[in-house]
Design a protein around this ligand. Structure first.
Ligand SMILES: [Mg+2]
Length: 191
């Protein structure tokens, strides 16, 4: 049977983003994220998959192993909450530096979500995307998932852009736990 999943943006959705994060000592989970991911996976039985643009790689600010090290650090921090992320996908490319066929993975393209869905047998119609940026919402919509924008107190511009466009998210959450509450209520509707 196909599973439901939550596709998570990484920077500024699950961890604080100092910009092109490469130092594992600067990895810090945002409030409620550990509890929230544990709830989604251990209580609601959802797959948890990170979908991240990491153009800092092609820009030369960090390496793929830096991204892997940060991801491992996130897993380590999540151990306190008795949970692990199931998989991480990232796109290292950017249109300013790479040919279109490589940039194809970059959000808002749904390519990474499609890849994850194939690999983990996921039903996208019963899945969710959480992010702090318009590109995350577009990516989730393009993949056919429900979409949740997390505000974390600082996304007035994103909200305005999204409200003016046709791609308003299914839900606007004040923070990560608020997003989890929404998912919990929707999962009931799916069954
Ligand atoms: Mg982000």
């Amino acid at each position: 049977m196909l599973q439901s999943a939550v596709f998570l943006d990484r920077d500024d959705t699950i961890n604080k983003d100092p910009g092109y994060l490469s130092d594992v000592n600067k990895v810090e989970l945002l409030p409620g994220v550990g509890e929230g991911i544990s709830f989604l996976k251990n209580k609601l039985n959802l797959k948890i998959i990170v979908i991240s643009n990491q153009s800092g790689i092609t820009r030369g600010f960090l390496t793929e192993s830096d991204v892997d090290a940060v991801n491992s650090k996130i897993q380590e921090l999540l151990k306190t909450f008795d949970v692990e992320i199931d998989d991480f996908f990232f796109c290292p490319y950017h249109p300013d530096f790479d040919p279109p066929e490589k940039v194809e993975c970059r959000k808002p393209s749904p390519k990474m979500i499609f890849e994850a869905a194939e690999k983990h047998s996921i039903n996208l119609k019963r899945s969710f995307t959480i992010g702090d940026k318009e590109t995350d919402i577009l990516c989730g919509k393009n993949a056919g998932t429900e979409t949740i924008l997390v505000l974390n107190g600082k996304n007035a511009e994103e909200i305005i852009n999204l409200k003016n466009g046709e791609f308003y998210p299914n839900f606007v959450a004040d923070n990560f736990l608020h997003a989890c509450e929404y998912i919990s209520s929707k999962i009931g509707d799916f069954n």
